[in-house]
Write a protein that binds this ligand. Structure first.
Ligand code: GLU
Length: 474
């Protein structure tokens, strides 16, 4: 291919369920490659199998890709809508002698295979109609088969797998059109990829043998064969094929769990592709670095821990404004009412402290509970435990002290320290009950930051609520 040919990749999912994690990774690699090379990334919905396709599944694919930020160029192509074009190509192949009508019945085919097996030969069907005189054609239903070469070899040069060769006598005369005139997957994919100008077919290595068979169709049509890159499938951490137990979920499940799309892109890119030792990178870096020569040959292993860690890093690296946007989108997706201006402001102020330890958006939101919830709020069980050794008197005295503190994090801290010293106790013995009083939890951003953000009045009201909930005696 001349170097000036613009790269065109495509993602071609069958809309039979949701966008699963393996499909998302395939889409990402195609998207990254197109964006890295200044090319185009196309989307084709392989909805030819009407009984297994549904509009809901197509929408789930659109939605999953949109959430992941994998924007495709132009309109998505429906494969089903191109059935006439597929038939036209089959007819061209008939006319050029590269295909023939086969009238063999299912029973004849089965009997042929049985006989081959009995003779310990591979059970490949060899149609008697391949060499029959067209004048002998009966008036019966037929399929259209490719007249595939029996001699020689077919080699594909795969960017990931290297050269892979099949002896042509191991490949059968594949069906192009079924007896009802509908195209097979094998024909539709080739015609569509050709017509869409696809230069690089990047897909799971379960399609490797299909590529050999599809190459025969390209050659029969005299069309250029695209570059193939078959990426190893994703396995679970134990090396077994990825299953639901391992995280083989739809991308919407990861969205639901609160992973940011940026973190998902980073994680999915690392499932099979590498750039030196880099684990954490931005999408812009991935676009800059991505190439197919660094896609590994062995299956990538899915590892939730790694995803979590990357996700935490992305949360820490994101700007506070971006995180606020993520929180708002997460709320909207969960039908929660939009945030008011005051809460948005307060969250922005608190974000530095909130993002320190959060690995997912729900964890981040949890750290912002002290802003999101209104008093009086519930105290969870671990927090109640903290309060067991806390006296009402101590909290009341502390409120009195804080009435006069200057209201900055460091001044509030200084006052609480002083108070602790006067009461001959450690800072932690005061700070932890304070945390519980302010949030109802044992984990939160810094107590002094929270108080400064909440303001004196609200902070003291919360401490008072808590004091009132305690008995006078410890
Ligand atoms: N529709 C096929 C699938 O979902 C992919 C076809 C291709 O990428 O060539 O497995």
């Amino acid at each position: 291919m001349p170097p000036s040919t613009p790269v065109i990749t495509r993602f071609a999912p069958s809309p039979t369920g949701f966008l699963h994690i393996g499909g998302a990774r395939t889409a990402l690699f195609n998207w990254l490659y197109a964006r890295a090379k200044g090319g185009k990334f196309l989307l084709r919905i392989e909805d030819t199998d009407r009984s297994r396709s549904s509009p809901e599944a197509t929408d789930a694919i659109f939605e999953g890709l949109r959430w992941l930020g994998l924007d495709w160029d132009g309109e998505a192509v429906s494969q089903f809508s191109r059935a006439d074009r597929h038939a036209e190509v089959a007819n061209e192949l008939l006319a050029s002698g590269n295909a023939y009508r086969c009238y063999s019945t299912q029973e004849e085919i089965a009997a042929f295979r049985e006989a081959e097996k009995a003779a310990t030969r591979p059970p490949l069907f060899r149609s008697p109609w391949r060499d029959a005189d067209p004048a002998d054609a009966p008036d019966l239903p037929f399929v259209v088969r490719l007249r595939a070469p029996r001699e020689g070899e077919t080699t594909i040069t795969d960017v990931v797998q290297g050269e892979v060769t099949w002896k042509n006598d191991t490949l059968d005369d594949l069906i192009l059109l079924r007896s009802d005139g509908t195209p097979t997957y094998m024909l539709a994919v080739v015609v569509d990829d050709h017509d869409m100008g696809v230069t690089h077919v990047i897909r799971g290595d379960d399609h490797l043998t299909n590529s050999a068979r599809q190459t025969l169709i390209y050659k029969a049509m005299g069309w250029p064969v695209p570059v193939f890159a078959h990426i190893p499938l994703i396995h679970g951490p134990d090396g077994a094929k990825l299953s639901k137990r391992h995280g083989a979920l739809g991308v919407e499940a990861y969205r639901e769990m609160g992973y940011m799309a940026e973190a998902m892109r980073n994680y999915l890119a690392r499932l099979g592709w590498s750039h030196g030792d880099d684990e954490f990178f931005t999408t812009a870096q991935a676009v800059e670095w991505f190439d197919l020569d660094k896609v590994g040959k062995s299956p990538a292993r899915f590892d939730f821990k790694k995803l979590e860690n990357l996700s935490g890093q992305h949360i820490r690296m994101a700007s506070n404004e971006q995180l606020l946007k993520e929180i708002e989108e997460y709320f909207a997706a969960h039908n929660k009412p939009p945030l008011d201006e005051t809460r948005r402001e307060l969250l922005l102020q608190a974000m530095d402290g909130m993002k320190e330890r959060a690995k997912t958006l729900p964890q981040l939101i949890d750290m912002g509970r002290f802003i999101l919830e209104e008093r009086p709020f519930e105290t969870d069980a671990p927090a109640q435990k903290v309060l067991r050794n806390v006296s009402q008197g101590m909290l009341k005295d502390l409120t009195t002290r804080l009435q006069h503190a200057t209201w900055t994090p460091s001044d509030i801290e200084a006052s609480v320290r002083e108070f602790a010293e006067e009461n001959q106790t450690g800072l932690g013995k005061i700070a932890q009950p304070l945390r519980v009083a302010l949030t109802g939890r044992t984990v939160s951003p810094s107590v002094f930051d929270m108080m400064s953000i909440l303001g004196r009045e609200e902070s003291l009201a919360r401490i008072n609520d808590c004091a009132n909930s305690l008995g006078t005696e410890v």
